[in-house]
Design a binder for this molecule. Structure first.
Ligand code: FAD
Ligand code: A2P
Length: 276
């Protein structure tokens, strides 16, 4: 039995699988991130996703798939979210405040896990928009750097402000004293960041597919072209993006793998588009 004083101090959980919001940050009018408490029993592999949501008006929860953007070692869980103006979940989720509760089903799954890739030298993360989320987890996962000499984050958005969440995360990571301690001053060189825009001028421009096929990214980062002997990749974006990047990687000789059959690259949808 829970002592009366302790029970009184704990707020009653109003919904099953409730977690409490601990932080919210709005990045643009279309993007925000938030952190919630982590269920003590939740174990997941960096890169996986869970179902989260809010109670619906009819009492049934509105649940959607969300990549966990924080690494497996973190005490809390972080999410990076779109705001769809008339979206059943995000039209409400975008209004959450610290102290509010969300629903989190503690059953993590997903293909963007290190175990689904064969050992290699370089690990490429290829994302558009909120497809960055699983890589926000994996970039903060020490195992990424234990398994690979270099991690390369290519992130593309239409405009520069949409890159800010990822840019801040990478900057903080490069100056993380703990990672510096583990990997030495060279850590900053082990995480390469290649952010591009397609509909607004910025220092680096262009679609990920174009920058890979033209070889521009390899020239800019002083890396050899992708090679199935050394390079591994994870893809996360819209269905059209995933399909096109997959074809480019296959052109370099990389093959799609899975948890059950690790190969050279893995793919996951960042969202389910209209009519798909
Ligand atoms: P919905 O009815 O779900 O979507 C309405 C429309 O909005 C969709 O048809 C699509 O055209 C568009 N849309 C939905 N999500 C996005 C998006 N992320 N980016 C651009 N357009 C979108 N969303 C996140 O914001 N962050 C995540 O980490 C995330 N991880 C996901 C992981 C998986 C495996 C899948 C399948 C989806 C993921 N999503 C993620 C999408 C998420 O499940 C919801 O679709 C999103 O939260 C919008 O919910 P909604 O109910 O407001 O609108
Ligand atoms: P572009 O502006 O040239 O369409 P969206 O907001 O439509 O999901 O796109 C997010 C980013 O992904 C944009 O920079 C967009 O470039 C890019 N993108 C969209 N579709 C593809 C694709 N099939 N291949 C490569 N990049 C894509």
């Amino acid at each position: 039995d829970v002592p009366v004083a302790e029970a009184a101090a704990k707020p009653a959980k109003t919904v099953p699988d409730a977690q409490t919001v601990t932080a919210v940050k709005h990045w643009t009018d279309r993007l925000f991130s938030f952190r919630v408490t982590r269920p003590a029993s939740l174990r997941f592999r960096s890169g996986e996703f869970v179902m989260i949501g809010l109670p619906g008006d009819n009492g049934r929860p509105i649940l959607r798939a969300y990549s966990i953007a924080s690494p497996a070692w973190d005490d809390e869980l972080e999410f990076y979210s779109i705001k769809v103006p008339d979206g059943p979940l995000t039209s409400k989720l975008q209004n959450i405040q610290v102290g509010d509760e969300i629903i989190l089903r503690p059953k993590p799954v997903g293909t963007l896990v290190l175990d689904a890739l064969l050992p290699g030298k370089r690990l490429w993360f290829l994302a558009t928009g909120t497809g960055l989320a699983p890589f926000a987890s994996l970039m903060r996962e020490p195992e990424s750097y234990e398994r690979f000499e270099q991690v390369i984050m290519m992130h593309t958005c239409r405009t520069a402000d949409e890159l800010t969440y990822g840019r801040d995360l990478v900057e903080n990571l490069k100056h993380d004293p703990l990672l510096g301690e583990i990997y030495g001053e060279d850590f900053a060189k082990r995480l390469l960041y290649y952010p591009t825009t397609t509909r607004e001028d910025s220092p680096l421009m262009g679609r990920i597919t174009d920058n890979l096929t033209s070889g521009k990214v390899f020239t800019d980062l002083n890396l050899p072209p992708m090679d199935p002997a050394t390079d591994r990749a994870m893809i996360c974006g819209s269905l059209a993006f995933n399909t096109d990047v997959k074809a480019v990687l296959e052109g370099f000789g990389l093959r799609e793998g899975a948890n059950s059959e690790p190969k050279e690259f893995v793919v996951e949808k960042a969202f389910v588009g209209d009519g798909i």
